[in-house]
Design a protein around this ligand. Sequence first.
Ligand code: NAD
Length: 513
Amino acid sequence: MTEIAAPRLAAAESGAELSRISHWIGGRLVEGESGRRGPVYDPATGRQTKWVDFASADEVDAAVAAAAAAFPAWRATSLSKRTEIMFKIRNLVDVRRRELAALLTAEHGKVPSDALGEIARGLENLEFACGIPNLLKGGYSEQVSGGIDVYQIRQPLGVVAGITPFNFPAMVPMWMFANAIACGNAFILKPSEKDPSASLFMAELLHEAGVPDGVFNVVHGDKVAVDRILAHPKIKAVSFVGSTPIAKYIYETGTRNGKRVQALGGAKNHMIVLPDADIDMAADAAVSAAYGSSGERCMAVSVVVAVGGVGDPLVAAIKQRLPKINVGPGSDPQAEMGPLVTREHRDKVASYLDKATAAGASVVTDGREAAVAKSDGFFLGVSLIDHVQPDHESYRNEIFGPVLEVMRVATYEDAVRLVNDNPYGNGTAIFTRDGGAARQFQFEAQAGMVGINVPIPVPVAYYSFGGWKDSLFGDLNMYGPEGVQFYTRSKVVTARWPDPGTSKVDLGFPRTR
Ligand code: NAD
């Protein structure tokens, strides 16, 4: 069971030959034969710990073949049985959550409390999917015409695929596969190549829970695997979460090939602070939401918009909190924020600090000066940039790191304009004591998820998650009720049971009344 998790980590750390992460096809580990592979690092030490196989088009085809073979029996499996298996998956993830969290810390770098938080939110999606019998109930209209009834049923699509980002290696796959397999589909996961072990650990848990071979498959890799997924005629739908340019590419290519696609992209989440807000509460929220998980969250607050005279006291309150943030490796129980995922990403994030200064913004706290930033790990301390303007490069791009920007505007209207003019529309939040202002903001904010005195308004699993504008391509949001809709299609049946007593030939147009 645990051959992928703990023992392999131990081998890599002892200096032995680097372990290898393979595919999971048809209910078993399958070593890649493409000859292509990628390195996996421990971001806290900067050392490579593993290799991950990169799938060829043929290897993706093998996973699709396994999924297609498993689909007919799985969709015919009773709802009660599928529900029982979903409960077992939920319980296994719950019981084994610490091992899963350890894998996230080892490859992503997030600290254990954050890794456990990610798993807890993923578990909510599994719990939602345990209610699948209720979720798949259709509608029924009796006697639409004499002796005729009409009813709607929802059926699974067949083989579906999910392509996931590095920042939530456990939760985002659960956003997808929980509903996908509960609805009766067979699923292929292409996880991020940067932290791929969590997906294999979950594959083993699904196997142990009784998911039939082929219903859940994992192919590792890069663009080659993704492009084959987008082209394969037997894959009916693709769920994607990642950066906006790739999301757009996935949506355009997948839909051109006749697939249903939901593709969630990047973000620039604004937190508006009105002059009447509680400054300490707003500062606590901004710091937690900006630097949690090193800012590598698509719902992280990346811009605070200070309205009226709130800028000076707010920046002072945020700045005062920063030295207390404990940045360190996940192995340190005191650490609240870990490293970034790769050296390249850390350097890219850090480069925005010089760009901001050159553009005329002021760097209040520079994360490059933190002692931990000088270690071999991919660390960067927390950074705060004030007086950012809409044309600054640091504002126009998603930084995706522990960098919080502050913009100062005169009025509420100016603040809303910033939110609405931004090409991204994932999440946004307002901090105020004024219920009328909050309600107005909820009414006019151009974003898919809005927080009122809540900085990270990620919907609970029985709602659905999705942004607007460049943060989502497609029509249906992820997980929750829209997730069930995405992974099923509706069929409407019009039925009459023979009644020999009233049978006659009638060439007229069928009547409903
Ligand atoms: P990414 O777009 O680089 O990668 C996402 C997936 O796409 C990975 O599986 C990767 O292997 C694959 N991929 C990368 N380049 C590709 C290419 N050229 N062709 C085909 N496939 C390719 O994203 P990332 O760096 O792993 O994740 C961070 C990004 O994800 C951020 O932009 C973040 O905002 C976003 N994100 C969004 C949400 C959301 O719900 N909207 C949630 C989490 C992360």
